[in-house]
Design a protein around this ligand. Structure first.
Ligand code: TRP
Length: 457
């Protein structure tokens, strides 16, 4: 691995990704996570299948990709963390608030993301040592797991500990190195699972549920779920891609990297659906189980599948890797802020933030047991953290970022920076049109109707 390059334009010796492939894998690692493996398949299941998939793909192309380019460009231009990037581009204004919101949102998302990641690690461990129940009560086993006190806390600590260790090791030696090791493993596991799932007798029913769209049941909720899933899955709306973009050097083809990242994330989601839904149908289970699809339906599916023990291990291994490479990107947003703005050294920033985040996540892990009496608008604590961040903070962050790029920094300036180093796929009028009109309107609609639906009950 080559030494980190210095960026000529700022001359402060900020660490840069050692290669374009390294950057693409790290950013894809951020994007591909629980959102792809856990959330996308169950949303497809509850929203009626292929029609949801089609709307999701449209959301990725028309909203996700333009914002991805915008965030990466803001990062590369300023070579700063999410807060510092806005502050640097708009001195004397209050736009820094958008970056500050992002840093805070990252902290909150990571605190509960690590709890769910911890469930994944626990299930990997249990499938590995054969501790999942042999009988039929998979729902009981899952509820038993999450309502317990110490066991989920333990796995939450393990997950956060590993995340912290990788971030403490640095951008190239930590994030890039581990992304280069883990992402190929992720791809392999996913392919193995898809091949198993689609060759099961009876898989065809699941495949056509997944790929033959029936738009007759599409509702406003289907569209909203697809839009917000697109942002979450691509890690947009809180400066994550600004932070990763800030380690990209000026000569690199940014628009092409953005296209790779978006394509890889989309492929991973589509493959995860193909790994899960046909198997669920083939073994006679319901696709609409919701959030429990991964932890309740799938263990039951694996229990009945030939060689299910092996495929169960592969699946939970996949889930853990995907969650880990996303969690590090969330922690990096906060750590980059502390390093750039407060002058902390990276190890100290990583350890203190990781610890604080672990503590902040504790209420969500207790929210099914000891603290289950605490609810907000009918949601338990984990759902509350999730709702506030995903339904309010991320859309708000993405909306303000789009407005900032389109009307404050200006589409010409964004395009000029985005196209530096470009070898063909230049950002032009189509991007400016989407970011000025289509993206802000769509996001405002998602956010307001999501809040309305929740509060109106
Ligand atoms: N995209 C990740 C997933 O699909 C989660 C994630 C990581 C994220 N960083 C983010 C979501 C930043 C929103 C913003 O699981």
């Amino acid at each position: 691995m080559s030494e980190p390059k210095m960026d000529q334009r700022i001359g402060q010796g900020r660490e840069n990704w050692a290669s374009q492939v390294g950057f693409v894998l790290a950013a894809a690692g951020s994007a591909i996570g629980l959102g792809n493996i856990w959330r996308f398949p169950y949303l497809t299941g509850t929203n009626g299948g292929a029609a949801f998939v089609v709307i999701y793909l449209a959301a990725i192309i028309f909203f996700g990709y333009p914002i991805m380019i915008t965030e990466m460009t803001i990062g590369r231009k300023t070579q700063r963390n999410a807060y510092g990037a806005f502050a640097a581009l708009s001195p004397g204004t209050n736009w820094w608030l958008v970056g500050a919101l992002g840093v805070l949102t990252g902290f909150v998302i990571l605190s509960y993301y690590s709890v769910v990641g911890g469930w994944g690690v626990a299930y990997l461990f249990k499938t590995l040592v054969g501790m999942l129940p042999k009988g039929t009560d998979f729902a009981g086993a899952f509820v038993g797991h999450i309502t317990a006190t110490w066991e989920p806390i333990f796995w939450h600590a393990v997950f956060m500990g590993v995340t912290t260790a990788i971030i403490a090791a640095g951008v190239v030696k930590g994030i890039q190195r581990w992304s280069e090791i883990l992402m190929p493993m992720l791809a392999m596991s996913l392919i193995i699972l898809v091949l198993r799932s689609v060759t099961l007798p009876g898989a065809m029913a699941g495949i056509s549920f997944y790929l033959k769209p029936d738009f007759s049941n599409v509702t406003a909720k289907t569209v909203l779920d697809a839009l917000s899933q697109a942002f979450f899955s691509l890690s947009l709306g809180m400066g994550c891609m600004i932070t990763y973009g800030s380690y990209v050097s000026a000569e690199e083809d940014l628009t092409k990297s953005a296209l790779y990242v978006v394509s890889m994330d989309t492929m991973a989601a589509l493959f995860a659906g193909l790994a899960i839904l046909p198997a669920v149908f083939a073994l006679g289970f319901e696709p609409g189980a919701g959030a429990g699809l991964t932890f309740i339906t799938l263990p039951a599916v694996f229990a009945e599948m030939p060689l299910g023990g092996f495929f169960g291990v592969v699946f939970f291994f996949l889930l853990c890797i995907a969650a880990l490479t996303s969690a590090i990107s969330l922690l990096e947003v906060v750590v980059a802020y502390l390093v750039d703005e407060k002058g902390w050294n990276r190890q100290r920033a990583a350890i203190l933030t990781g610890t604080a985040c672990f503590l902040f996540g504790l209420p969500t892990t207790l929210g099914y047991g000891a603290l289950s009496h605490i609810t907000f608008l009918g949601m338990d604590l984990l759902d509350t953290y999730d709702w506030i961040t995903n339904s309010i903070c991320l859309p708000l962050g993405a909306l303000l970022t789009a407005i900032f790029a389109a009307y404050y920094w200006g589409t010409k300036n964004v395009a000029e920076e985005a196209n530096r180093g470009s070898t063909g796929m230049a950002v032009g009028a189509w991007w400016a049109f989407l970011i000025r009109y289509v993206v802000p309107v769509a996001i405002a609609i998602i956010m307001l109707s999501g809040i309305y639906q929740r509060i109106a009950g």
